[in-house]
Write a protein that binds this ligand. Structure first.
Ligand code: FAD
Length: 375
């Protein structure tokens, strides 16, 4: 089986690794591997605290992925000798006023109705768990099984693992899908080279629909959703675990790493393919973070970046065969692509290799959008 994967972000890289492990001959095409959202993301592995009403299938997918994470990174680290920064120290969600606390209380009830225990904490208990929190913090929720990973280290390890298993990396832009008869037969590159394949996977984030030769409606419209993040550096331990806050309804999070980096994020902006960092975006993040953790103003500033989350029409991933035989989609992972990497790689590699597909993949195939159009 010859497979070409377009896009080497977390999704393309992990699928390439898994498909190669399953015996396929894999070519990965990307002019700048791991340069998209995967290089900006904070790396929270938080299906429970991300829980939104009406998104129960996505919760199940997130939990399935979180359950696979430990074994996934252990295999990756063993194979490559590279550390991924994986942590399982939980996530603390805190509220800064009575309305924010009410929101967390509603969230806790919703979680419990789905059989997911959440631990409510008083303000004092929150500060005991995280001593740098402001005295005004009203209360919180602890999700003890959530965690984080460093997406930059993860993509570096995935690149190394894919290389070890013989995946060929072509550093060029895929310009078009080659169609023969009524099926995808490969990918044309920007230098005119054609890579022939039995199957093609589009995993190019929000650029996944951007290739010539795609029959109209083949790939659901994936839109870019901008997110700005700030990287800070602490010389002494500042946070024990990922801490997420609601500050007068607006959400902010801080993700600590073992090397002292703290990722503060993130804005959510519908501005097309715009990756400019703005004064307003940074101000909002710093303003809300300082409300929760006044000590952040003492931390060293390291970096600001903006990335584009791939958002599908229903904000859930799009994984599976498209209407063009031989062409598969692996995109639309929106705010959860890093969390969803292990389960997505299992699902997509099984689909590409005609293996048994995990049941949890059911609600996420591309045909859900064409069914909606016909209804
Ligand atoms: P990308 O990482 O965007 O990769 C797409 C790749 O395709 C790029 O390398 C690009 O160069 C390549 N490409 C584009 N066009 C072409 C072409 N024509 N030919 C070849 N290659 C091409 N997720 C979490 O789970 N937890 C988080 O805490 C989290 N935080 C986030 C914070 C921010 C600010 C942002 C922006 C995202 C965050 N995410 C998080 C979401 C996560 O980053 C994405 O869902 C995930 O990275 C998507 O991965 P991907 O491989 O689909 O796309």
């Amino acid at each position: 089986m010859e497979i070409v994967i377009v896009g080497a972000g977390v999704i393309g890289l992990a699928t390439a690794w898994r498909a190669a492990a399953g015996g396929a001959s894999v070519v990965l095409v990307d002019p700048a591997p791991a340069s998209g959202a995967s290089s900006v993301a904070a790396g929270m592995l938080t299906p429970v605290s991300e829980l939104t009403y009406g998104e129960e299938p996505l919760l199940r997918l997130g939990l399935a992925s979180r359950d696979r994470y430990g074994a996934f990174v252990a295999e990756l680290e063993d194979l490559t000798g590279l550390d991924t920064g994986y942590r399982t120290d939980g996530l603390l969600q805190v509220a800064s006023d009575a309305d924010d606390l009410k929101y967390l209380e509603d969230l806790r009830r919703f979680q419990e109705s789905l059989g997911i225990p959440a631990q409510p904490l008083t303000g004092r208990e929150c500060r005991r768990a995280e001593p740098m929190l402001a005295p005004g913090v009203r209360g919180g929720l602890l999700a003890p099984e959530d965690g984080s990973v460093d997406p930059r280290r993860l993509t570096a390890a995935l690149l190394a693992a894919a290389g070890r298993l013989g995946v060929r990396l072509v550093r060029r832009r895929a310009a078009r899908i080659v169609v023969e008869g009524d099926a995808a037969a490969g990918v044309g590159l920007d230098d005119g080279t054609v890579l022939r394949a039995d199957r093609v996977l589009l995993a190019a984030g929000p650029w996944s629909g951007d290739l010539d030769g795609l029959p109209p409606g083949t790939v659901p419209p994936v839109r870019p959703v901008k997110g700005q993040v700030i990287r800070l550096r602490a010389r002494v331990p500042f946070l024990r675990r990922t801490t997420r806050g609601l500050v007068k309804g607006s959400s902010v999070y801080l993700v600590p790493r073992a090397d002292g980096e703290i990722v503060l994020g993130a804005t959510q902006e519908e501005l097309g393919f715009d990756t400019r960092v703005t004064a307003g975006g940074l101000w909002e993040l710093l303003r809300d973070a300082r409300e929760l953790l006044p000590g952040i103003t003492e931390l060293e500033f390291a970096e600001v970046t903006a990335g584009l989350r791939p958002g599908s029409p229903d904000n859930a991933p799009v994984m599976g065969p498209t209407a063009l035989p031989g062409l598969f989609a692996g995109t639309g992972h929106f705010r959860n692509g890093v969390l969803l990497t292990p389960v997505s790689a299992d699902i997509l590699s099984a689909m590409l290799l005609d293996g048994p597909v995990p049941e949890v993949a059911g609600p996420f195939t591309p045909d859900r959008f064409s069914a909606e159009v016909q209804a």
